[in-house]
Write a protein that binds this ligand. Structure first.
Ligand code: IMP
Ligand code: MG
Length: 336
């Protein structure tokens, strides 16, 4: 494995953060780099001691202390959120951003918390959309324009490509999910960027021929936060009865829920060119899976759910989440 790109297959909140932190520790890549929109993303990670981290700006792989963590030039950064996470999570000295990362300022936060974006689209209010809009208008300030960010700036595309040339592994993190893509999602109820694998690679400066593996992450059921279509949406009562009630990491809003959607998943595999599938929260569908780390220990009905996905999507399910801790994972990469 040289470069691995991890993306969300549904509407975000598939549990990418947990899968990425597992890969960051298990595979020990030299560089972990984040693409995607901006601090509208929210990843929840729980370390071995049970400590919970809610991450919006830093790559979710930061728990691997040997890795350099970077944010690619396609991402807009909120310097306040970024600096707080670096300090709170103790990632000083190995966190870097590209000089061309866009900068979110007060005006973007204000524009994102009222009007159409807030009311019709249900934006996260993080300033991400307005900042990307200013970037398209070529008026957004970039990281290189702010003295306060200067000590963190590196040439991210150069760093990741030279790491690959030196035979180091690079883990590329996507944010949001395929159907929140500005190009391929349920427009206008989408985020302000393309967030499929191609877009994520462009965000960090990784050319298409340099990608080795693309892992599409799907949760065992579908959730969506904010407005926009959701096929076969369950009532909040039914979602609660099934144990599928979830609340957003960034906004605290209740997520809407539906059964695993094979049509969406098939399209996500196509759009991302996925070579592997990761299924998260299998323990929420089948309680007996909780904390299991080997495939053989999973109950027959859980295995047939996984094998049904492989068959219908024609792609191997390699990494299965069985609980919130980083090592609550069945890793089948060497056995399939
Ligand atoms: P924005 O990206 O903040 O403009 O929000 C646009 C839409 O995308 C809203 O429906 C948000 O709830 C959704 N969204 C943006 N980022 C995420 C994410 O990381 N997870 C889930 N939904 C997201
Ligand atoms: Mg999230």
């Amino acid at each position: 494995m040289a470069s691995t790109v991890v993306v969300g297959g549904f509407f975000g909140d598939e549990g990418k953060g947990k899968i990425i932190s597992y890969l960051a520790i298990k595979d020990n890549p030299g560089v972990i780099v984040r693409g995607g929109a901006g601090p509208n993303a929210g990843h929840t990670i729980r370390d071995d001691s049970g400590k919970v981290y809610k991450v919006r700006m830093l790559p979710s792989g930061f728990l691997n202390k040997n890795a350099k963590v970077m944010i690619g030039p396609g991402v807009v950064v909120d310097p306040n959120v970024l600096k707080k996470e670096i300090k709170d999570f103790g990632v000083e000295g190995r966190s870097f951003i590209d000089r061309h990362c866009g900068v979110i300022e007060e005006s973007h936060l204000a524009r994102d918390s009222r009007g159409e974006l807030k009311e019709k689209i249900g934006s996260t209010g993080s300033g991400t959309g307005p900042a990307n809009s200013d970037r398209a208008m070529r008026v957004l300030r970039l990281a290189k324009d702010l003295d306060s960010l200067s000590s963190m700036i590196v040439d991210v595309p150069e760093e990741i490509n030279s790491a690959l040339d030196a035979d180091e592994d690079v883990l590329v993190e996507g944010t949001q999910g395929t159907f929140l893509s500005l190009w391929h999602g349920t427009y206008p109820f989408v985020t302000s960027k393309d967030v499929t694998a191609s877009g994520i690679c462009a965000d960090v400066g990784l050319g298409p021929t340099k990608v080795d593996e693309v892992i599409a992450v799907f949760k065992s059921y579908v959730t969506r936060v904010g407005t926009g279509p959701l096929q076969n949406e369950l009532s909040p009562e039914e979602a609660k009865r099934r144990g599928w009630s979830e609340f957003g990491t960034v906004t605290g809003r209740q997520r809407r829920a539906a059964d695993f959607d094979f049509d969406l998943a098939r399209r996500a595999i196509m759009l991302n060119g996925a070579t592997q599938i990761s299924i998260t929260k299998l323990d929420v569908l089948f309680a007996e899976c909780a904390g299991k780390t080997s495939y053989d220990e999973l109950p027959a009905k859980a295995r047939s759910f996984i094998e049904g996905i492989e068959e219908r999507l024609g792609t191997p399910v390699t990494i299965i989440g069985t609980g919130p801790a980083i090592n609550d994972v069945v890793d089948r990469r060497n056995t399939t």
